[in-house]
Write a protein that binds this ligand. Structure first.
Ligand code: PLP
Length: 402
């Protein structure tokens, strides 16, 4: 099989660090847990103390001793430690969902009167948080074309305190120049947060490029088996400690020990699954580009992607979620999607099963005709997926001609 072209990905942060395969596979021997090779699920709300001196020591927080699971649960903590290391960050906190991580991170970094600049193709519920919720507290957001530094810069106001990034974006797979965005933010004294869910901690390291905080939905590739919902926030010890002391504990959107255990199981095979995801995704994307009704395939690792060079500069490789645009209306593409055997109709992604959704291009693309189809390529055989797409496409073209 031909070798895939690898990008640079902010890999500098890994220098001196361990290879991701070792990080996810190796746990140091833990006598405190009888040498158990899998961290036990600490199904505990609280942890008790035999004397008041120990309780007081735990209460001061200096020794980071578990007291109460809204704060410190050892099963959750193991996952946090591993995710921080994988992402090249000092510290992480896990949350009940990706949105809990995102809303906590944003709310921790703004106050009434502040202004946010957000990339215009960001995940829908994130945009909703910024447009519906934050104005109630006097925080305004300007959405700007993330592919253009000039557009981002033009959106800056004297009170801009946060630049919110998502690269690649979740439907159109557009990138931001992360180093340039981080520099812009530093120049104006703003914080940067990036939703790095698509690339996972394996394929892109925004912290090494100067971004302050990274969020992931664990519900996608990290969980990897379509059976959990979770999120994580990763950054410097100082930034995470600040969130931990306030918004993390006060909002209380924590991850449970059961979920953390399943997420840890998913994490063990994340690099392995991504290698296949990248190859299968590219095989299917390249094939789709040859189909007559496909106008454009939005996949950052295709040479035709307008930001392919940037993708290679700041990512190590590609995952297997992408979209294509077609002149055909959404109704026709929904019939096409229904006729697929291996691609199931559903939101989310990152599990074993291939998925398809049909929609419009979204904000900024209202005038573009046709529809947008998002595909997630799972762990099935890519040639059988291609045969499935070809069968449905032949039927689609036949009905177009009749
Ligand atoms: C799914 C997703 C989220 C939200 O995560 P949840 O775990 O569903 O709350 C955020 N950003 C992106 C890019 C996602 O795909």
């Amino acid at each position: 099989m031909e070798e895939l072209e690898k990008g640079n990905g902010g890999a500098a942060a890994k220098a001196g660090g361990r290879d991701p395969y070792t990080t996810v596979a190796h746990d140091p021997h833990d006598g405190g847990h009888h040498g158990a090779v899998v961290m036990p699920i600490y199904q505990n709300s609280l942890f008790t103390f035999s004397d008041y001196e120990s309780f007081d020591r735990a209460s001061t927080g200096t020794d980071d001793i578990p007291m109460y699971s809204r704060g410190h649960n050892p099963t959750v903590r193991q996952l946090e430690t591993r995710l921080a290391e994988l992402q090249g960050g000092e510290k992480a906190r896990c949350f009940a969902s990706g949105m809990a991580a995102i809303s906590t991170a944003i709310l921790a970094n703004v106050r009434g009167g502040d202004h946010i600049v957000c990339v215009d193709q960001a995940y829908g519920p994130t945009r909703e948080l910024l447009t519906y919720f934050l104005p109630k507290f006097g925080v305004e957001t300007t959405f700007a074309d993330g592919t253009s530094m000039a557009a981002l810069e033009a959106a800056i106001r004297p009170n801009t305190k946060l630049i919110y990034l998502e690269s690649p974006t979740t439907l159109t797979f557009r990138l931001q120049d992360l180093r340039a965005c981080a520099e812009l933010a530093k120049r104006i004294g703003a914080v940067t947060i990036i939703d790095n869910t698509w690339a996972t901690p394996i394929l892109q390291n925004p912290l090494a490029m100067g971004v302050d905080l990274v969020v992931h939905s664990i519900s996608k590739y990290i969980g990897g088996h379509s059976d959990i919902v979770g999120g994580v926030l990763i950054g410097s010890e100082e930034r995470i400690n600040r969130v931990n002391a306030r918004e993390y504990l006060l909002f209380g959107g924590i991850m449970t020990a059961h979920t953390a255990s399943l997420a840890m199981r998913g994490l063990r095979t994340l690099p392995l699954r991504l290698e296949r995801a990248e190859r299968s995704g590219l095989t299917v994307a390249n094939h789709l580009a040859t189909l007559p009704f496909v106008r454009t395939v939005n996949h950052p690792w295709l040479a035709a992607h307008p930001q392919h060079e940037l993708a290679k500069r700041q990512m190590i490789g590609a995952s297997s979620l992408f979209s294509f645009e077609t002149d055909l209306p959404a109704e026709r593409m929904k019939a096409w999607a229904s006729s697929l055997e291996y691609f199931r109709i559903g939101v989310s992604w990152g599990g074993h099963e291939s998925l398809v959704t049909v929609g419009r291009l979204g904000p900024g693309y209202e005038s573009v005709p046709g529809s947008l189809v998002r595909l997630y390529v799972g762990l099935e055989d890519p040639q059988e997926l291609i045969a499935d797409l070809d069968r449905a496409s032949a039927a689609l073209m036949q009905s177009a001609n009749s």
